[in-house]
Design a protein around this ligand. Structure first.
Ligand code: ATP
Length: 355
């Protein structure tokens, strides 16, 4: 039995359905991320898990127990928000111990637990400071410690890193993950940042307009997107359309050039136009090679990005990008040059939608 069971969850605001029929099982200790653009419903699902929002339909179970209509205070959850929401008139230690005090834990035990928490988040020396004496990253670590102090069964994190600058965001996400692993706490994290989702999660739920587009591990979602939405939202990607030449043999034609996919073209018929995807890093500059796809193209733009160089090429009406590793000893093609691109049959993904 899964630790968190979410069945047919639905939320309607007025005449708008924010969440349509969301069903998912989450295992004990898993780190799950809801990923999607603004308005896709990720916060609404999290708020229903927290009990801040009542569902319009569906059931939520924590450890086998139906909590769909249980008040937040009785769900045993810890929550971290984008705005750290610390009490400004309390010290760091008082903030962390606040929930324990409300729960009437004896003062001595609170002290032990707060000390443990301060150590866990690497702020052992800062217990007596006030929130305004801390950096944004430190304040968010205090908020995390406060959420974990009561040993919740589920940790819910709503865009906790969005207000921080890029460097702190990366280091703090690693810390959150390390703490989560150490405690083995089942966690649900909300973000609109695909890189953050890929780096931190056991599994990602990609959402669009209140519906699940795909649920999978970071590598499944990145390497094998099922829909155009997932393909374009997760990672940089070339979206093309191709005409099916022979579905059984995986042959498809793009701009009159024949390509082969080793992935099945499900439900396709000859002559049908399908959406195709290929990652820029899967394409190489190379002469036509047997057993690999080849495309003739003209260089439109060459952008030096540091570790990689992104080359934009055109084939008639279609433009795509490829990334090559930066190598100071290699001559790169110039704008206007005619070149040949190559990529493996495996790397041409045929998506579910008809283009
Ligand atoms: P963001 O990243 O901007 O917070 P989100 O993916 O978390 O977006 P939600 O906040 O879950 O999206 O909102 C989903 C949809 O439900 C949106 O269209 C939003 O306008 C609507 N919505 C959310 N809360 C309410 C509310 N209390 N009343 C009416 N509509 C709401």
């Amino acid at each position: 039995m899964a630790f968190l069971e979410i069945s047919h969850l639905k939320k309607v605001f007025g005449n708008q359905t924010a969440v349509h029929d969301f069903t998912m099982d989450i295992e004990r200790g898993e780190f799950i991320t809801f990923l999607g653009p603004s308005g896709c419903g990720k916060t609404t699902i999290l708020r229903m898990l927290a009990g801040f929002e009542g569902p319009s339909g569906g059931v939520i179970k924590f450890d086998g127990k139906d909590v769909t209509h249980t008040p937040t205070s009785q769900r045993n959850i810890g929550m971290v928000f984008q705005s750290y929401a610390l009490f400004p008139n309390m010290t760091v230690a008082e903030n962390i111990g606040f929930g324990l005090k409300v729960a009437k834990m004896p003062q001595e035990q609170i002290h032990v637990r707060v000390t443990e928490m301060l150590k866990l988040i690497g702020l052992a020396a800062l217990g007596a400071r006030y929130p305004w004496q801390l950096s944004g990253g430190q304040q968010q670590r205090v908020a995390l410690a406060r959420a974990l102090a009561g040993k919740p069964q589920v940790l819910l994190l709503d865009e906790p890193l969005s207000a921080l600058d890029a460097k702190i965001r990366v280091s703090l996400r690693e810390e959150i993950r390390a703490v989560q692993r150490e405690l083995g706490i089942t966690s649900v994290f909300v973000t609109h940042d695909q890189e953050e989702a890929l780096s931190i999660s056991d599994r990602i739920v990609v959402l669009s307009e209140g519906r699940v587009e795909q649920i999978g591990t970071p590598s499944e979602v990145y390497n094998f997107p099922r829909t155009r939405f997932v393909a374009s939202f997760v990672g940089t990607l070339n979206l093309l359309s191709g005409v099916v030449v022979d579905a059984a043999a995986g042959q498809i034609s793009v701009n009159g050039q024949p390509l082969v996919t080793s992935n099945s073209i499900q439900g396709a018929v000859t002559g049908q136009t399908r959406a195709l995807a290929i990652r820029p890093e899967a394409i190489a500059l190379e002469a036509p090679t047997p057993g690999r796809n080849s495309l003739a193209a003209t260089v439109e733009e060459v952008n030096f990005l540091g570790a990689v160089v992104r080359i934009r090429v055109r084939m008639g009406a279609v433009a795509i990008s490829l990334d090559v590793f930066n190598n100071p000893h290699r001559t790169l093609p110039q704008r206007g040059e005619n070149i040949t691109l190559g990529f493996s049959f495996d790397n041409l993904l045929v998506l579910e939608e008809v283009a």
